[in-house]
Design a protein around this ligand. Structure first.
Ligand code: BGC
Length: 804
């Protein structure tokens, strides 16, 4: 017996020793792989300002008491960068081509900006500061905890991308960007990893909420507004993910197979518009492959198209742990590898040694990064004060978010009457989803739920409805994830909230004791996973029954029902939309969600949002659904560290590769071409007032088409209208969509009876198509038709003969 115990003890000790050794080994490996792989650790650089004998005051970054060219602000950026390049060793140049690891992201680098997704190395010897790069599209994703600060430093949760696009307002996008940029500046973030602008190819993409639209003209213009707004603060924007990153499933290896015309006219187009209209400081290359090659190593895309054709003058960085071979990436024009690992450092060092990476390649990439550093606020005497105007930003969020909410249906119930008693139903009415999951998330101070917002606006809530929620909450406490691990877990499995049980008795009591019901349906999704059809795109059986029963009971007592959609992506609406009296698509509207919704419900704001994507009757109506992963599988995270290539014979459709067989026919282009009915068409959205369109005139002057038309508010309430301009080529000799969006504009607030002239001006090159044979843009001669619409299917004015 003793012997057995002895053997057991020895075995146990052995196991413990092995586990500890493995644990320690693993820890040391991870530490050296992801954290301590570079000697140039962060240290805040203190710079002296001195005045030289010519009376010139300058920042003496390298502490040599002399005015070096790179320290001289009167010199051009190019001269300053070239001086720096001359002063740097190859080792120092290599150091800045890759991030510093994931210390900041995990909050270890407490001197800097904890929670920032990445860093760019500066150079201590030359007095160059590290730069901080933080997500994201709906506000800064940084930690609110900061060393030496008692109070929390929260960021503002702005509305998600799809909501911003639903405003169809280029100026509003600029204002949102400006507020985001000023917050970044204040918190010491130098580059915001936003906007996300991949196209909504299919409703199931898990990150559609971060992105804008199924149409490149809408996406590109909204993105340009945001970039210009961010950069107004001398903070860089980094639009992403360039390009054709339209699914999350297997995003790190998926090979998107797209023909050249589709690539140019659909997937590159939005980026082209954005680059030309806003010249971002940086662009993030995407994880995926395109036609067999990782985008990061695609010189044609990153250099010939982006830089030579479009004139992009900024830096390209990889997505985190993404892309192909390190040296090939730099040579292709991808200047920065994020977040940086010991392997990347080794690759670059070896590359230079064996001359696979030339000094010229190294200098080109390094100079682009030096340009970023020299431009940054840190290098221009603007230190972070850590006190952004969060109150003002919250006001902006409240106001702008209501502009992107879309009234899908209104049978006369909205706006609500003052003092209405409301039965407030649905978990997300009390636990509103302010934004999506993953790098699009924000550590905000608070979120305004619908219950508190309604009460603040003097509505009364039916007690049975609030008691039922409280009961539910006691049994299912809803907790916001805290810290990186909980957030990662949620990212891997974005559980949809369960729904409150309402018995027939509850419904009857609520209907008897209130004036109406507001029922919220919520959805969430995020990075690393696509959505699925069942219980996500489609309502769950329980949700459907809830809508049916609520409408039946409330209608039987002559009471109305409003459904509020608190969602990030498209859901099915056709089968149930006839039941409620009104439907408001509120999206995920940021931290003031409840207030913005109530501003619409009570009529303080007249809804003016329009759909930036089609709401189909069925998922399969989208042609892309045939070639889209629909099983909701998680991305393979091991690919971050080990990119094994599968032999062709083992590759599976929609995981390893995705055929973009629908070509140009994404979204409304497909529905119109095939004559398929929609539940709600692209560009659709109601108002509490009506608008008359008249007097359209179009002229081609010096290859610019000038269009003007009149919009009159013919209803009783002030409101704004989004005017959409579509073009079509009559008798085209090539295959073309029926019509395509070419421009749009939102009017100012028009009073009842007020008229405004709306102007558009577009170069005729906007009408060109990509000619595969000639390999260039071509403008077809002949007749074009112009449509001015309130949606893609509600065309109010039609000009038939614009001759080109
Ligand atoms: C995402 C990017 C993000 C980056 C840094 C990646 O997983 O795809 O959008 O900017 O992480 O957080």
């Amino acid at each position: 017996m003793k012997k057995i115990i002895k053997i057991l003890l020895i075995t146990l000790t052995g196991v413990i020793v092995i586990i500890s050794a493995l644990g320690l080994g693993g820890y040391l490996y991870i530490k050296s792989f992801l954290f301590d792989f570079d000697k140039n650790n962060y240290e805040e650089i203190k710079v002296k300002s001195i005045t030289n004998d010519k009376g010139l005051t300058f920042d003496d970054y390298n502490n040599n008491n002399l005015l070096d060219t790179y320290e001289d602000n009167s010199k051009s950026l190019e001269e300053r960068v070239s001086d720096l390049l001359n002063k740097m060793t190859n080792e120092e140049k290599i150091a800045i081509l890759k991030g510093t690891g994931i210390g900041s992201m995990l909050g270890f680098n407490s001197n800097g900006v904890p929670g920032a997704a990445g860093e760019i190395f500066g150079n201590k010897r030359l007095g160059l500061n590290n730069l901080y790069l933080a997500d994201g599209p709906a506000g800064l994703r940084i930690s609110s905890e900061r060393k030496n600060f008692d109070k929390k430093l929260y960021s503002t949760a702005f509305p998600v991308g799809s909501l911003v696009a639903s405003t169809w307002d280029k100026n509003l996008a600029f204002e949102i960007g400006k507020a985001m940029g000023s917050e970044a500046k204040s918190y010491g973030v130098d580059i915001i990893l936003a906007p996300g602008m991949n196209l909504h190819r299919n409703p199931l993409c898990g990150r559609n909420f971060e992105y804008f639209s199924e149409d490149p003209v809408l996406s590109g213009n909204i993105a340009a507004g945001i970039v210009n707004g961010i950069q107004k603060n001398n903070v860089g924007a980094c639009p992403k993910h360039f390009v054709v990153n339209n699914q999350e499933t297997d995003r790190m290896k998926n090979n998107a197979l797209v023909d050249e015309r589709t690539l140019r006219e659909i997937y590159l187009k939005g980026f082209e518009i954005m680059v030309k209209k806003s010249q971002p400081w940086a662009i993030m290359s995407s994880y995926n492959k395109l036609n067999g090659k990782y985008v990061t190593v695609n010189k044609r895309l990153l250099t010939s198209v982006l830089r030579d054709e479009w004139g992009f003058r900024g830096t390209v960085m990889t997505d985190w742990f993404g892309g192909g071979d390190t040296v090939e990436s730099i040579k292709a024009g991808n200047d920065l590898i994020e977040p940086g690992t010991s392997k990347v450092l080794e690759d670059l060092e070896k590359g230079l040694e064996n001359q696979k990476l030339s000094e010229n390649d190294l200098n080109i990439a390094a100079s682009r990064i030096l340009k970023l550093i020299l431009r940054s606020n840190k290098m221009n005497n603007s230190k972070n004060d850590n006190s952004p105007d969060l109150k003002y930003h919250a006001e902006i969020v409240r106001e702008k978010a209501s502009e992107g909410m879309i009234l899908l249906k209104n049978d006369g119930i909205l706006p609500l009457k003052e003092n209405d008693i409301i039965s407030l139903m649905g978990v997300t009415s009390f636990n509103i989803i302010s934004g999506g999951i993953g790098s699009g998330d924000v550590d905000e101070a608070y979120t305004v739920n619908l219950d508190e917002a309604l009460i603040k606006s003097n509505f009364k809530l039916n007690k049975t409805s609030t008691d039922l929620y409280e009961d539910y909450f006691k049994k299912n406490p809803v907790k916001k994830p805290v810290g990186i691990i909980e957030n990662l877990m949620l990212m891997m499995d974005p559980k949809l909230l369960s729904q409150i049980n309402y018995t027939d008795n509850d419904l009857n009591t609520m209907a008897e004791n209130s004036d109406l019901a507001i029922l919220t349906i919520g959805r969430n999704s995020g990075e690393g996973k696509d959505r699925v059809e069942k219980n996500d795109f489609l309502l769950s059986k329980k949700e459907k029954e809830l809508i049916e029963k609520t409408c039946k009971v409330f209608h039987s007592k002559n009471k109305k029902v409003v459904v509020v959609l608190n969602i990030g992506g498209v859901i099915e609406t056709h089968s149930w939309k006839d039941l409620p009296d009104a439907i408001l698509l509120a999206w995920q509207a940021g931290q003031e969600s409840g207030n913005s919704i109530v501003d619409i419900l009570n009529g303080k704001v007249n809804p003016s949002g329009k759909l930036p994507m089609t709401f189909p009757i069925a998922l399969n109506d989208h042609r892309s659904t045939k070639n889209f992963p629909t099983d909701g599988a998680s991305s393979d995270m091991t690919l971050m560290f080990n990119k094994k290539e599968k032999p062709l014979s083992e590759q599976t459709k929609n995981n390893d590769f995705t055929i973009y067989e629908e070509g140009l026919y994404v979204g409304y282009r497909h529905f119109e071409k095939e004559g398929i009915n929609t539940s709600y068409p692209f560009g659709y959205g109601l108002s509490y007032t009506n608008f008359d369109y008249s007097n359209i005139v179009a002229k081609n002057v010096n290859d610019t088409i000038n269009i003007s038309l009149d919009i009159k508010n013919s209803g009783n309430i002030s409101g704004k209208e989004v005017v959409q301009i579509y073009f079509s080529k009559s008798n085209s000799s090539i295959d073309r969509p029926i019509k395509e969006l070419k421009d749009f504009s939102k009017t100012k607030l028009l009073k009842s009876g007020e008229k405004a002239k709306v102007y558009f001006s577009l170069p005729i090159s906007d009408l060109s198509y990509w000619d595969d044979e000639k390999n260039e843009w071509v403008i077809e001669k002949g007749n074009y038709e112009i449509f001015a619409g309130s949606s893609s299917s509600d065309i109010r004015l039609h000009l038939k003969n614009l001759k080109l």
